[in-house]
Design a protein around this ligand. Sequence first.
Ligand code: RB5
Length: 150
Amino acid sequence: MKIALASDHAGYELKAGVGRYLAEQAVEFKDFGCGPNESVDYVDFAVKAVTDVLAGAFDRAILVCGTGMGMALAANKFKGIRATPCWNAYTAEMSRKHNDSNCLTLGGRVLALEEALRIVRIWLDTPFEGGRHARRVDKIKELEERHFKP
Ligand code: RB5
């Protein structure tokens, strides 16, 4: 499992903790930024990480901003990315079992490190259940092929 890790300034500290955890667990990852003490736009860092996931260089992405929401909004613009903001063990488990999440987004301003690492562990370890959930995820994939007009 190779992880593309990225954050904006609001997610930097939590991302650093997640990176330390991944290293301890011998999970291969690359940190796409941002660095410390810079103010950046989360969209740019979502783009960097998910582009490499879609290119096949990484299996999944973990993105951290202030709330996890901006990163999810940006990442979900990419066909093939299923980004899920998770805020506890249950949402982490369901994001994998039911949604086949390939992009975990976390909120550096709303999550303590301990809870975030629990989420990361569950998200990494939990397989997709398939079955009726695969049918639903397939419908999301079909939506990606269509162009909606209001
Ligand atoms: C940055 O201030 C903040 O808006 C960003 O990290 C994120 O929470 C947006 O969704």
